[in-house]
Ligand binder design. Structure first.
Ligand code: AMP
Length: 368
């Protein structure tokens, strides 16, 4: 038995109130758990489906103490929760994954150093703290390259492409705007495809990996996930092994999503880690016995992990901004499973929902 087993009826604390929290809360409820969400945002897709909600700043010590007293374990749907918040909570209640994991995954410099330290490849990269560092990095790595903020970047935000003409000074100014900043410069990878693997790890060390899936982005935002990834079986096996090794080395209790590039010569390079449910795992709700969200609940509550095999091929399409207007057509399609996040305001680039297309024939794309 694992260190901590919380029976159904226990309360899961969720840091962050977006759609990932919402889908976790729905999975928790299905297993008889309550969710108490803590979010600074008054309009929370997660709060709508949770038993309790605290709307307060992450620095509010009194609100954090009251929250900790009302939950049995805490998990998160947003890895950029301030480290002080996680540290304060950890003194009062188990937080899974905890501060040690988040310290690595919230900072690209630490994350890439950690991955490379395991002997696992990433795109070639250099840390950068000034325009001069960028110039040196470009000289060493060549062009094109990508300049990325070390912390708090997402969906392509906080990135500047360094093309043939880009001056290091102006790229740095665009990113840092005159402030002190930690960043990385990465060699640009002309990849064959982008993939990801989500791994669950229980408190007793048991690991379960979901199959490697293929991710297509538009304007840096995930647009489509294709299951399984259209890569050679040995490449998929290597990607799953890499993801498991990182999860184990970080001693994650919960989920770790590992985003990777597959190069044209079949090498697998780690791009980014996320210690939480991941958009590229939404298909598991409709094409696996255990969804990534249920798996997170199982891992943090000390239940045995569920099966991760894919029951059928699937394609997941994000509904971004105005795409959500397609809901009448999607809800009527027999092989579409529609998920809407209940967000009242449609904004360009905002993730409003997703649709998973299932029931494919074995050797074709899923019927659309
Ligand atoms: P990231 O925020 O690091 O996940 O980057 C967002 C997206 O930008 C990735 O999913 C890729 O499509 C693209 N990208 C990021 N880094 C690189 C790179 N070194 N080479 C090529 N494309 C990249």
């Amino acid at each position: 038995m694992s260190v901590l087993t919380l029976p159904p009826g226990a309360t899961l604390g969720m840091l962050g109130g977006g759609q990932l929290g919402r889908m976790t809360a729905l999975a928790a409820a299905r297993l008889g758990y309550r969710t108490h969400v803590y979010t600074p945002e008054p309009d929370s897709p997660c709060a709508e489906v949770s038993a309790a909600a605290t709307v307060a700043d992450f620095a509010d010590a009194a609100a954090l103490a009251a929250f900790a007293a009302s939950v049995d374990v805490v998990t998160l749907e947003w890895e950029n929760v301030p480290p002080e918040t996680v540290a304060a909570l950890e003194r009062m209640v188990p937080v899974r994954p905890g501060a040690a994991v988040l310290a690595v995954t919230r900072d690209r410099i630490r994350e890439k150093s950690f991955v490379n330290g395991l002997g696992i490849a990433t795109a070639p990269w250099r840390p950068a703290h000034s325009a001069a560092d960028v110039a040196v990095a470009i000289a060493e790595l060549g062009r094109p390259a990508v300049l990325k903020v070390a912390r708090l970047g997402y969906d392509g935000k906080g990135q500047v492409r360094l093309g043939a003409e880009s001056a290091p000074e102006s790229a740095w100014h665009e990113l840092a705007g005159g402030h002190a900043l930690d960043a990385v410069v990465e060699g640009f990878i002309d990849f064959a495809c982008e993939i990801s693997v989500i791994v669950a790890r229980a408190a007793d060390g048991t690991l379960r990996s979901y199959p490697a899936v293929e991710n297509q982005h538009e304007h840096h935002i995930l647009s489509r996930t294709i299951v399984p990834a259209r890569i050679a079986p040995e490449v998929a096996a290597e990607a799953e092994l890499i993801a498991c090794r990182i999860t184990e080395a970080l001693a994650v209790v919960g989920l770790l999503a590992v985003e990777m590039f597959v190069t044209r010569d079949g090498r697998v390079l780690v791009n980014e880690l996320a210690p939480r449910p991941h958009n590229s795992g939404h298909w598991t709700m409709d094409a696996c016995a255990t969804s990534q969200f249920e798996q997170l609940v199982r891992a943090v509550c000390g239940l045995p992990l569920g099966a991760t095999g894919r029951l059928c091929d699937a394609v997941m399409d994000n509904l971004i901004g105005g795409d959500v207007e397609r809901w009448p057509e999607l809800v009527a399609a027999p092989n579409a499973r529609l998920h809407l996040y209940g967000k009242r305001q449609v904004r360009p680039g905002r993730k409003m929902g997703h649709v998973t297309w299932i029931a494919a024939t074995p050797d074709s794309e899923p019927a659309r």
